[in-house]
Design a protein around this ligand. Sequence first.
Ligand SMILES: [Zn+2]
Length: 157
Amino acid sequence: MKEKNITAKIIVYSYNELTEEDKKLIDLAKDATKRSYAPYSKFNVGAAILLDNGEIITGANQENAAFPSGTCAERTAAFYASAKFPGVPFKKLAIASFTRGEFQANPVAPCGACRQALLEYEHLAGKPIEVLLYGSNEIYVFRGGIKDLLPLCFAEF
Ligand SMILES: [Zn+2]
């Protein structure tokens, strides 16, 4: 028998410690929560993706009465980014959530399905997508990319 360890490095920031670029991306993710359609969960999520070409694509969760038909903010942004700028790598992704009249105090993390979808774009680009998870108390930054958020992922690539 042998044991293996899985580790991920999280850097914890306050908003004021972020670079101007990161503040802007967080601000855009927060703003995108206003465009969420979440009448069922009332959990409004916004995502902002900075592409290597400098463009920023935002997305918000879009729910549906037929629950599986909805889409998360992260995949809304990622699929739109890839459809609008095919093949352009994602540099950074910021996520924020707003519910019960305020932004979540603790960082909000992407669901498993979004991690899997984002991982494929990361793999295609051949470099990590930096992930910024916004909470009003603290912000988590993963410089190691999506693979740090999804160890033992499913991959055929
Ligand atoms: Zn998701």
